[in-house]
Design a protein around this ligand. Structure first.
Ligand SMILES: [Ca+2]
Length: 146
């Protein structure tokens, strides 16, 4: 364990006891160099689409292992989370390497609320794989009408 990590993880109490800080005992999980980042797209809405306050966000995401979830951000703030649950044989036909089984679902969809401010809003989806690796999908800018 490097000296800097030891200094962060160890502390000596007033009783002279050496204690490990929370999260240091097992060490942080190292990223897996063999793991591929997930990839995908936002299919809906289209760029510069004029929308209302409620917007359906639809896309797909694939991974060498498994896509755990899709987090949706609006103007840089977390808004919703969803999981792949839609069959997209078109995607898996184009990229059969990412098919993992008969009930593969790589499509995802959710609905978000853009809030009170009309005008442009930036929607970003973030695919998170089973190892915690993430890739941004989009962003897509939409224009909310009053
Ligand atoms: Ca992966």
């Amino acid at each position: 364990m490097p000296i800097a990590t030891l200094r962060r993880c160890l502390s000596i109490t007033s009783l002279g006891l050496v204690v490990f800080a929370a999260g240091c005992a097992g060490g942080a999980k190292k990223p897996d160099a063999a793991n591929e980042l997930p990839q995908g797209v936002i299919d809906i809405p289209a760029a510069n689409q004029v929308v209302g306050r409620g917007v359906a966000v639809v896309g797909w995401a694939i991974d060498d292992q498994k896509v755990d979830r899709i987090d949706i951000y609006v103007d840089g703030h977390f808004r919703a989370s969803t999981t792949p649950s839609v069959h997209r044989p078109d995607v898996l036909k184009a990229m059969p390497k990412y098919a993992h089984g008969a009930d593969d679902t790589v499509g995802w969809q959710t609905a978000i609320d853009l809030g009170d401010e009309p005008g442009p809003h930036v929607i970003l989806a973030q695919a998170v794989d089973s190892s915690g690796a993430t890739r941004d999908l989009g962003p897509v800018t939409v224009v909310m009408q009053k």
